[in-house]
Design a protein around this ligand. Structure first.
Ligand SMILES: C[S@@+](CC[C@H](N)C(=O)[O-])C[C@H]1O[C@@H](n2cnc3c(N)ncnc32)[C@H](O)[C@@H]1O
Length: 320
């Protein structure tokens, strides 16, 4: 798959995206315009996102009312504190300046202080320490071990928190704070408890861990989870959009044929630049699956929603 050139128009669209202050390998920043193009086909009152992650999709959704949920308590604590004013751009600025200076002066080219913040976070789970780890960790990754503790090494840049980097992060907090209304509820539950809250007034955007791909403590995802999600989305009165992967150069997502084919599907090539293992550095075909009519949205080169699809997908099967 050849990577398309970034056009000026594309760059303009991307520059308007609200980028969250915390990072994660599954972040959907580049797919936001496409997701919102589909979401805007229907007109709904409330945005519900059971698998919030960094929050980039919700922050760009334009909805005044929302239920934002993640099973990872650290992400939810962070955004609750932004919402209730415990974390302000100013407080984050002074925190990052102090800890950034200590990082630049610490032994082992900064590692000693990174370890200090990591250990402090793993005891107290302070959201500002999460911010520090997220922005000083390797490759913008977020991973927790079986005890729920931070498990990503240092990016090995002792001068990480220079003035322009701090300004960038502080602006990201300010931008996010601007769009979080007091009608956004942050929750820390299993997705099943959130999907059951949705009704016909809601747009339900689901971005679960991708089945058959990356896992960590908060991102375990079994075939049974996918089936439960399918059953709940099949019954919901809300309109839903599900993000998942369709195929890559080696294999297809078997869940598409097994479960999701009865819904409408559009696909798009996507290029990942983060992730520790080699496969995550390659391209993938992303899918959006929804329970409403999306005829006017381009189905892309993969034509996943029409009948030619089965012939095309079988080509990929031969590589399994
Ligand atoms: C692929 S990420 C979402 C990425 C997000 N859309 C973004 O752009 O940053 C999946 C998220 O689902 C959460 N998650 C995993 N299992 C869950 C469950 N059973 N219930 C709720 N959230 C879950 C993970 O903690 C993770 O943040």
């Amino acid at each position: 798959m050849q990577k398309p050139k970034q056009t000026k128009a594309n760059q303009r669209v991307m520059s308007k995206i609200i980028v969250p202050p915390i990072k994660s390998q599954g972040i959907k920043t580049k797919l936001v315009p496409w997701i919102m193009e589909v979401a805007k086909v229907v007109n709904k009152k409330r945005w519900i996102e059971p698998f919030l992650g960094t929050g980039v999709v919700a922050f760009n959704s334009g909805f005044q009312e929302g239920i934002l949920n993640d099973i990872n308590p650290h992400i939810i604590n962070f955004y609750r504190q932004v919402q209730n004013g415990e974390i302000t751009p100013l407080k984050a600025k002074s925190f990052l300046e102090i800890e950034g200076r200590k990082l630049s002066e610490a032994n082992e080219e900064g590692y000693e202080h990174f370890r200090y913040i990591r250990d402090r976070f793993n005891q107290d789970f302070d959201p500002l320490d999460l911010l520090f780890l997220s922005r000083a960790g390797f490759n913008g990754m977020m991973r927790f071990n079986s005890k729920g503790c931070w498990n990503i090494p240092f990016c090995k840049k002792p001068n990480r928190f220079n003035q322009s980097y701090i300004t960038k992060i502080v602006n990201q907090i300010a931008n996010v704070k601007n769009v979080i209304t007091n009608k956004w509820e942050f929750k820390n539950k299993n997705f099943t408890e959130i999907i059951s809250l949705a009704d016909e007034n809601d747009m339900l955007y689901c971005d679960p861990p991708y089945f058959g791909r990356y896992v960590d403590y908060y991102n375990g995802w079994t075939e049974r989870d996918e089936e439960i999600l399918f059953e709940m989305l099949s019954q919901t009165k809300a309109n839903f959009i599900l993000s998942t992967w369709h195929h890559n150069d080696w294999r297809e997502n078997t869940m598409i044929k097994k479960l999701w084919n009865k819904f409408n599907i559009v696909t798009k090539d996507h290029f990942y630049h983060s992730g520790g293992n080699l496969e995550n550095r390659k391209s993938i075909v992303e899918a959006l699956i929804c329970n409403f009519e999306i005829k006017r949205i381009s189905q892309h080169n993969h034509e996943a929603a029409n009948k030619k699809q089965s012939a095309q997908i079988s080509l990929f099967q031969t590589f399994n």
